[in-house]
Design a binder for this molecule. Structure first.
Ligand code: NAD
Ligand code: TDX
Length: 336
């Protein structure tokens, strides 16, 4: 099988590229990524010379280039991870979120349709469902009710994927996963920000009262679920992905403080995020019963492994935090 992975230089995409190359010795993977601030080829340093791996720099909005790649690499499946992914950035600059997450998705769908692609998988998020109260779970039937420019743009992309299935018969799936954690997570997001700030002795900013709840899943468990959807997902279906690991932000930050042995005085309660969703929690019954998915990691072991990864890979995140790697890749690839 030949896969086009868009956004494969980001956090989840790079873990997925590695997962597929390791698991399937006869699959070819083309990683197509614009290398925005969040894209980093250091995430895939260990596979850059793998015979089944090709990297191409480009924008998902560039239909001509994506079309050329689909044809020349005889692509069977497109898996779209490419997105602007940070909620806080979407609040200050929504435009790029619409351009990438809505229009970029439509451009990919057009190319998939024109080439009669065998399968298109859209990597979406539980945030499209909005927020939960103290009880209940998101199922695939929960109405879309996004509360941030980020989640609205992801919901817009999802609706277009639905339409290309319903109207044009494209064999498409949408996956909606809860919050991921694990190696190569960009240090603007809660868990890597708190670990790296704690290691640097910097403040640990908690928004609002810190009682917002996220449902955490190890990135490798997410990759395994996507693998199942590619091979066994029924055309047009949505699959929610989550492992029943609800934690308040306070619990997460206190755990990191405790495991790293730093002072609680680093914790600082700051102004809340506007439109801050209170609670996310996934009901994963459908993917578990239909596709046989089951998470392998418990949060307790996964978070310890992740903390250790950040201790062992300080150069990786220090380059990002200093902006060093962006200068490097700008020199390497220019503005193409
Ligand atoms: P990320 O920000 O780490 O990576 C995004 C990647 O997309 C980067 O490599 C970036 O360079 C690339 N990209 C951005 N704009 C592009 C464009 N126009 N053309 C080509 N490439 C472009 O994000 P992530 O956390 O790895 O998330 C990947 C996907 O999974 C996103 O679609 C996100 O919405 C979804 N998701 C993320 C989580 C999570 O917890 N991180 C949870 C559920 C779903
Ligand atoms: O400094 C912080 N302090 C803080 O309290 C940051 C960065 C976050 N938070 C809070 C906000 C959220 O309640 O922590 C929680 C997690 O925040 P993020 O890491 O920004 O993730 P979230 O907003 O939940 O979105 C993530 O999960 C779903 C990803 O970034 C999305 O791409 C994905 O779709």
């Amino acid at each position: 099988m030949n896969l086009l992975v868009t956004g494969g230089a980001g956090f989840i995409g790079s873990n997925f590229v590695r997962y597929m190359l390791e698991k399937y010795s006869n699959y070819k993977v083309v990683n197509y990524d614009l290398l925005t601030y969040a894209g980093n080829l250091e995430n895939l340093k260990d596979v850059e010379n793998h015979p089944n791996y090709t990297f191409v720099k480009g924008n998902i909005n560039n239909r001509e280039l994506v079309d050329y790649l689909v044809k020349t690499h005889e692509i069977d499946v497109i898996i779209n991870f490419a997105a602007e992914s940070h909620v806080d950035r979407s609040i200050t600059d929504p435009d790029i979120f619409v351009k990438t997450n809505v229009l970029g998705t439509q451009a990919l769908l057009d190319v998939a349709k024109a080439n009669n692609i065998k399968k298109y998988v859209q990597i979406s998020t539980d945030e499209v469902y909005g927020t939960l109260g103290e009880t209940g779970y998101f199922t695939e039937q929960t109405p879309l009710a996004p509360n941030s420019p980020y989640s609205a743009s992801k919901a817009g992309g999802d609706l277009l994927v639905r339409v290309y299935h319903e109207t044009y018969g494209l064999n498409a799936n949408i996956t909606r996963c809860s919050n991921n954690y694990g190696p190569y997570h960009f240090p603007e997001k809660l868990i890597p920000l708190m670990i790296t700030n704690a290691l640097e002795g910097k403040e640990l900013p908690i928004y609002g009262d810190g009682q917002n709840i996220r449902d955490w899943l190890h990135v490798k468990d997410h990759c395994a679920a996507i693998d199942l959807v590619i091979h066994k997902g029924r055309p047009g279906e949505v699959y929610n992905i989550g492992g029943h690991n609800e934690r308040t932000n306070n619990e997460i930050v206190y755990l990191i403080v405790e495991k790293l042995g730093v002072s609680k005085d680093l914790i600082k309660y700051v102004a809340d995020r506007p439109g801050h969703d209170r609670r996310y929690a996934i009901d994963p019954t459908k993917i578990m019963t239909e596709l046989g998915w089951k998470p392998q990691y418990t949060f307790e072991t996964g978070i310890l492994e992740t903390i250790q990864w950040y201790i062992d890979n300080q150069e990786w995140w220090k380059n990002i935090k200093s902006g060093e790697y962006m200068n490097y890749y700008q020199k390497q690839y220019g503005d193409r």
